[in-house]
Design a protein around this ligand. Structure first.
Ligand code: ADP
Length: 618
């Protein structure tokens, strides 16, 4: 019992210890922790991007229970042993209960701090050094159980960028703290002397900001300003490097070469720029390998791929720099797009739509034109056919026309002969002769009326629609055919509607249709005994307020299956038939907005109906 109590107590103590150190995650797995020690303030854009890069690497490759702590040592702004001492005390207390599995140290100042004080705070933790140059002086700072990813803007990089921007460069002006720090820019004097023995160097790395601004405002033509990070104006005021550089760039009369991606667009023309996001990712990846079990000693330090020549397009324009003269592989940012580049898609879409529209319009116009031509041709054909049809009908009627003409001509002859005889007598009765002449004139008038009707029937009239009286029109046709009907012993009759019916139609065309139907009716009754030959024309108004003409005959009617076929062109059952009468009739009626159809009358015989719209009132 006592033993159990003792065990339980130990377990409880262990549990509390673990919980208080956050070493157990919610699902029971042990947490792994990274501490990022930044030499500056990681709220500044450059260091915050490094931190974001480390976080991204941890997210991508890390253990699900990886926790990242971050410390900004801010050593550039807070130098001196007292701050360092208090920092050590603070970190010791802060991390006493937090085991650190790997430290990612960012920057040379942080590396120096660890070299001096790591033993006091995190004696066992392995370290990945990031954002440090591959200089022997820096490698000498590294402790055992460490590895590094190097990043370095070499002084020669700055010189190369300056020569690309100012082709005939003779002078460089050095601005910023790093130039006087051999742990950052190394031994640039030797490098410059080797690369460009004649280059004149004005070193302002120790000059206060106020003075720097003054001097860079009046530089000679063939010069450039090579900068590194600046944290202070040298007179007690601290700046973020981007803000300090912007102040220099705004007063400079010559191109300013910069060293970080985070400065571009705010100051300077560009150069070989540090890419903080990549610096963070590279260091973070190595830290993850250590967390995943690799020994730091087995991971060789290497040069990261974290510096790239990048330039500001607007500054290139300002200094008249041809992009072709930039270092190979350069990237140009902030390019102002031409109108065409900016609106490429809009313009393409609009032009595309307009072209499609134009094509469609052209296509439709062409179609319309073709249809119009086809219609014109069809109308012409129809008119020719109609004319043929009329001539054929007139031919058939020639006997009755001759008969109709015969009467007045015979009367004229008789009257003329009688009058001639009377005039040869001793006392001719001039009054009677006058009467006879009057008869001759009237008969002549009758004959010319017959001929006039025939001429009108045969003439090839252009379509001319008028407001016409339907009853009168039907009556005229029936009268026109009366002689022929008489010759063939066919009884013709009309039953006009009591109300007047007015339609808008071409009178000649409408007469032709009715005439065709009546002639067909007369044909249909021809074989019947004379007393049963009958064709009747009726007019009426339908319930739907349409004008209706119906031609009924007493023939044998139409075979039920042929009632629509008979309207097709060239359908005929007659030995001498052309088969175009009904198809012309349908074309004419449909052109008038009407309808024509045939049916069989209950009493036998066929009925042809024509319906036409009435003249609009008013
Ligand atoms: P065609 O009179 O030259 O034959 P149509 O187009 O006028 O040409 O008539 C076509 C056919 O319709 C006729 O051959 C006939 O068979 C039929 N048809 C027309 N009218 C009548 C009718 N009243 N009764 C019976 N059949 C008819």
């Amino acid at each position: 019992m006592r033993i159990i109590t003792g065990l339980a107590r130990v377990l409880i103590v262990l549990l509390f210890a673990c919980l208080s150190r956050e070493c157990i995650a919610a699902d029971g797995a042990r947490q792994r922790s990274i501490l990022v020690l930044e030499e500056a303030d990681f709220r500044s854009p450059f260091y915050s991007e490094i931190f974001a890069g480390i976080r991204a690497a941890a997210k991508q490759n890390g253990h699900p229970h990886t926790v990242i702590y971050g410390e900004s040592l801010d050593l550039a702004r807070f130098p001196g042993p007292d701050y360092e001492e208090s920092l050590v005390g603070h970190l010791k207390t802060k991390y006493a209960q937090r085991p650190i599995d790997v430290i990612v140290s960012i920057g040379v100042a942080s590396a120096k701090f660890l070299q001096k004080r790591k033993q006091d705070i995190w004696p066992a933790a392995p370290v990945v050094y990031g954002f440090v140059p591959d200089l022997p002086e820096v490698s000498a700072l590294f402790l055992p159980n460490t590895t590094a990813v190097f990043s370095r803007v070499r002084p020669l990089h700055l010189l190369t960028a300056a020569r690309a921007i100012v082709p005939n460069l003779t002078r460089v002006v050095l601005v910023g703290d790093a130039w006087k720090n051999p742990l950052v820019y190394g031994h640039w004097k030797q490098d410059f002397a080797a690369a460009m023995p004649d280059i004149e160097v004005t070193d302002l790395s120790d000059t206060v900001l106020r003075e720097v601004r003054k001097q860079v405002a009046t530089l000679p033509d063939r010069s450039a300003i090579l900068t590194s990070a600046i944290y202070s104006d040298g007179e007690g005021t601290y700046y973020s490097p981007a803000a300090a550089l912007a102040r220099i760039a705004e007063s400079a009369n010559r191109p300013v070469i910069i060293t970080s991606d985070t400065f571009l667009g705010k100051s300077g023309v560009g150069g070989f720029l540090l890419l903080p996001d990549i610096i963070g990712r590279e260091a973070g990846d190595v830290a993850m390998r250590i967390l995943n079990g690799e020994a730091p000693s087995s991971i060789a330090s290497f040069n990261g791929d974290n510096v790239k020549p990048i330039f500001d397009w607007r500054e290139l324009k300002r200094w008249n720099v041809d992009e072709a003269s930039l270092p190979p592989g350069s990237e140009v940012r902030f390019r102002e797009l031409t109108f065409w580049e900016q609106h490429y898609w809009h313009v393409t879409i609009v032009v595309g739509v307009m072209l499609t529209q134009a094509l469609m319009i052209t296509f439709l116009l062409r179609e319309r034109r073709l249809r119009f031509l086809a219609e014109v041709e069809a109308r012409q054909r129809m008119s020719e056919l109609a004319h043929m049809n009329r001539r054929a009908t007139a031919g058939e009627m020639s006997a009755s026309i001759a008969h109709e003409l015969n009467q007045p001509l015979a009367a004229i002859l008789l009257n003329a002969e009688t009058a001639a005889q009377m005039l040869q007598g001793p006392a001719p009765d001039l009054v009677e002769v006058g009467d006879m002449l009057e008869h001759i004139r009237r008969d002549d008038h009758r004959a010319s009326e017959v001929l006039g009707r025939l001429r009108m029937f045969l003439k090839r009239d252009p379509t001319e629609r008028r407001d016409i009286d339907l009853n009168a029109t039907v009556d005229e046709v029936f009268r026109f055919l009366s002689v022929q009907a008489l010759t063939h012993d066919v009884g013709l009759a009309t039953e006009p509607s009591s109300a007047g019916i007015r339609v808008k139609a071409d009178r000649v065309q409408l007469q032709q249709v009715i005439l065709n139907l009546v002639v067909n009716g007369m044909d249909a009754v021809a074989h019947l005994p004379a007393d049963r030959r009958r064709v009747v024309g009726r007019t009426s108004l339908t319930e739907g307020n349409l004008a209706l003409v119906s031609i009924t005959d007493s023939g044998d009617g139409i075979l039920a299956e042929k009632v629509t076929e008979i309207f097709k062109p060239f359908f005929t059952t007659k030995a001498q038939g052309m088969g175009i009468g009904l198809s012309i009739a349908r074309t004419i009626i449909e052109a008038h907005g009407g309808r024509i159809w045939a049916e069989n009358a209950p009493s036998g015989g066929a009925v042809f109906h024509i319906s036409l719209p009435l003249v609009a009132p008013g």
